[in-house]
Design a binder for this molecule. Structure first.
Ligand SMILES: [Fe+2]
Ligand SMILES: [Fe+2]
Length: 280
């Protein structure tokens, strides 16, 4: 089974900065002819507050001729409590109504694929508890299958024991719960997006893959992270024995850089940048 993972397309009808990369991505995926495409979130520039960002992105992704599964990103359903767009009932209902379930399970022969909504982690509320209980159930009922997990946010950025990395990783308490659930559950792969950096690694027997974005890289706006800055996708090849994941560039893709256009695309992030500069 071959799966192409794409991430962080950041499409929008009103902020069209990265839309030109969709056609080369679509054409390349058709050429690769995978059995399945998985989008690990941030379909949109601002689907958390603009319904037409979600419908526009779904229309483009719907051009693909093979099945597509997706999980939402923070720009699709909102982010942590205290952020300027926290996940809430309305944002979740919008995603679920337009895009379908925000988490899912899909069995393919000897493999169980699980899509997580990592934006629910960090609230310590009923939705989060429900999500953990659901994940535990999917792992317990895997019936001898190996497991591959797809989520927007990585489990950690620099170190599995690191503290709270705020915007970027899963908070320590929720990360430990995930590690505990994964232990002994044949979780061969955890594949994510969100960072706009491409990297592969390993933790406790689980291969970790950060898919590159198809939209933009970040220059000095954020600190450097492990891996490399590139735009592209990941090809995951699943066999009875395991999974091989290859990060791949895509011909014809523009490597947009967020920094010079951040004020147009993400004014909130630009404001944060100005504050940091003012403090320095
Ligand atoms: Fe993103
Ligand atoms: Fe993100």
């Amino acid at each position: 089974m071959k799966i192409v993972q794409i991430s962080d397309t950041h499409l929008s009808p009103s902020k069209s900065h990265f839309n030109n990369n969709w056609e080369p991505v679509r054409a390349w995926i058709e050429e690769m002819a995978p059995d399945l495409v998985i989008h690990t979130g941030d379909l949109t520039i601002d689907g958390a507050d603009h319904e037409d960002d979600i419908t526009f992105s779904l229309d483009l992704i719907g051009q693909l001729s093979m099945p597509v599964l997706m999980v939402p990103g923070n720009h699709d359903v909102g982010h942590l409590p205290g952020s300027h767009q926290p996940v809430d009932v309305e944002r979740l209902a919008r995603w679920r109504g337009l895009a379908g379930p925000d988490y899912w399970v899909s069995d393919h022969g000897d493999w169980r694929l699980i899509g997580l909504n990592s934006l629910l982690f960090g609230f310590e509320d009923e939705e989060e508890e429900k999500h953990f209980a659901w994940l535990e159930e999917q792992l317990l009922s895997r019936d001898g299958r190996q497991v591959a997990i797809f989520a927007h946010k990585p489990l950690f950025v620099d170190d599995p024991k690191e503290g709270d990395t705020g915007y970027w990783g899963i908070r320590p308490r929720q990360r430990q719960r995930l590690f505990d659930l994964f232990a002994g559950a044949d979780v061969a792969l955890h594949a994510s997006g969100h960072l706009h950096w491409a990297w592969t690694g390993e933790h406790a027997g689980t291969a970790l893959v950060w898919a590159p974005p198809t939209s933009f890289i970040i220059d000095t706006l954020e600190r450097p992270m492990p891996g490399e800055r590139l735009v592209g996708a990941v090809v995951h090849t699943f066999t009875d024995g395991g999974v091989v994941s290859e990060i791949s560039a895509i011909p014809g893709l523009t490597s947009h850089v967020l920094d010079p256009i951040v004020e147009e695309v993400y004014p909130q992030a630009a404001k944060k940048k100005t504050l940091v500069e003012a403090e320095q």
